[in-house]
Structures are given as structure tokens and as C-alpha cells.
Design a protein. Structure first.
Length: 127
């Protein structure tokens, strides 16, 4: 059984908390559907600055308690490439693999297909 933690991060603001809650809920749904995965912890932050208490707690508590960390993109850990590499190395050193789950990928694909179909219709109408 893989012990899985979830980490979410969002920009602070009037919709930040709601977006963070949706992000975590979508990741939780994805994790619970995976056979052999057990959701053991959730961490989150409403900040893109240096003060990220959720990430700090994750790093302090994770070693020996978590096998996988689920995020919906590496940018949630850090938008800074150097910091991201350092975080991934730190997590890897603690025996934690980072798994990127994209719960909204189906919606993005559907939107892409719809846009291509619309472009085709517009192209046919312009002829």
C-alpha cells in the first residue's frame, strides 16, 4: 500500500481559498480511485512567497510517513526552477516520489477539441 499525501497551492485572494479547496478535492478524488493508494495527509498553502507553512509541515513530517506526494503540477511546489529542483531532491532523499495528477486534463482536452471543431466550422463557412 502506497501512503500518499496531497499538496495544493493557490494565489491568495477572494477566490484563492475556493480554488485551493477545489484543487485539493480533485486530487483527493484522483488518489482515492488509485488501487493500492492510501490518502494519509493533505497540505496546502495560499501563498506564492517564501512563507509556505503547508510546505514546511510537509517537509518536516513526510520522511518515513509518506511514499508518494500528489500534486496537480510541479509549479504547485515552486514556480522557481532552482527551488523546484532542490525540493524534488529533498523529497527524493526522504524516499518520497512526486506524482503529477492532472484532474482537469479532460476538461482541457474537451475545450481543445471544441475549439478545433469551431475553427473547422468557421473555415467551412468562410469558403
Amino acid at each position: 500500500m502506497w501512503r500518499v499525501a496531497i499538496y495544493g497551492r493557490e494565489i491568495p485572494g477572494h477566490t484563492g481559498r475556493a480554488r485551493l479547496d477545489r484543487q485539493v478535492a480533485a486530487l483527493t478524488a484522483q488518489v482515492t480511485r488509485q488501487p493500492g493508494w492510501q490518502h494519509v495527509a493533505t497540505y496546502g498553502d495560499l501563498d506564492f512567497g517564501a512563507g509556505r507553512p503547508g510546505l514546511s509541515r510537509l517537509l518536516a513530517e513526510a520522511s518515513g510517513h509518506i511514499d508518494l506526494l500528489a500534486v496537480d503540477g510541479y509549479g504547485r511546489l515552486s514556480p522557481n526552477r532552482r527551488e523546484l529542483v532542490a525540493l524534488l531532491a529533498q523529497l527524493g532523499g526522504a524516499g518520497i516520489r512526486v506524482v503529477v495528477l492532472r484532474p482537469s486534463a479532460g476538461r482541457r482536452f474537451a475545450r481543445l477539441v471544441a475549439n478545433l471543431a469551431l475553427a473547422d466550422v468557421i473555415g467551412v463557412a468562410a469558403r
